[in-house]
Design a protein around this ligand. Structure first.
Ligand code: SF4
Length: 192
């Protein structure tokens, strides 16, 4: 008797193979995973998508050979991570497609005021320009006293928003740095 679609999905392919075909596919699945990550280097990292901050293991092939470009071949949940214990949601499970994506931007770019297109810019030039703009904007928007003449000493022209892979340590430094410049508008995602 052919199983219903619901029964097939409920049992899973491997379970159904045992009950209907008489053999167990689980060892084959386990073996294919082992073959996939054989000879890879494991790098522990954090999923970049949301503030849950699940731990991931990135498997890279070829990064120990001198003339080979390293290639990410597999990404999975970190079973030792206290937050997700090896599990990943669908977004986290698709992380490999984010890493190996031809549309991923790998260089710095700038869009000048009034321009309708992005230009390539070196990292050195980008950092210098960011520094100059921060200084210029802070000088132009710094408020020493409020409307009642009370000391304010705040910078209202710059805001900071943090990414979801920022660690607590990074966010600590961010807050110290931004507050020292007088920034009021600071937002970060909570991370471990
Ligand atoms: S795996 Fe999912 S829940 Fe976990 S951090 Fe990534 S997006 Fe968030």
């Amino acid at each position: 008797m052919m199983p219903s679609r619901r029964a097939f999905l409920k049992a899973g392919g491997a379970g159904l193979a045992v009950s209907i075909l008489g053999f167990d596919l689980k060892p084959a699945y386990a073996q294919s995973r082992e073959l996939k990550i054989a000879r890879t280097t494991e790098t522990r990292s954090t999923c970049p998508y949301c503030s849950v901050s699940c731990g991931v293991i990135i498997h890279t092939l070829g990064d120990k050979a001198k003339n080979v470009t390293p290639q990410v071949v597999h990404v999975e949940g970190d079973p030792d991570h206290p937050i997700n214990r090896g599990t990943l949601c669908p977004k986290g499970s698709s992380l490999q497609q984010d890493i190996l994506n031809s549309r991923r931007l790998l260089k710095s770019q700038v869009r000048r005021p009034g321009s309708d297109h992005w230009e390539d810019i070196s990292w050195d030039d980008a950092i210098n320009e960011i520094g100059a703009w921060v200084k210029r904007t802070r000088d132009a928007t710094f408020v020493e006293k409020d409307a009642q003449g009370h000391p304010a000493n705040r910078c209202e022209g710059i805001a900071w928003t943090g990414g979801c892979t920022d660690t607590n340590e990074f966010n600590y430094l961010v807050v110290k740095t931004m507050r020292s410049m007088g920034l009021c508008y600071i937002e970060n995602q909570a991370r471990v």
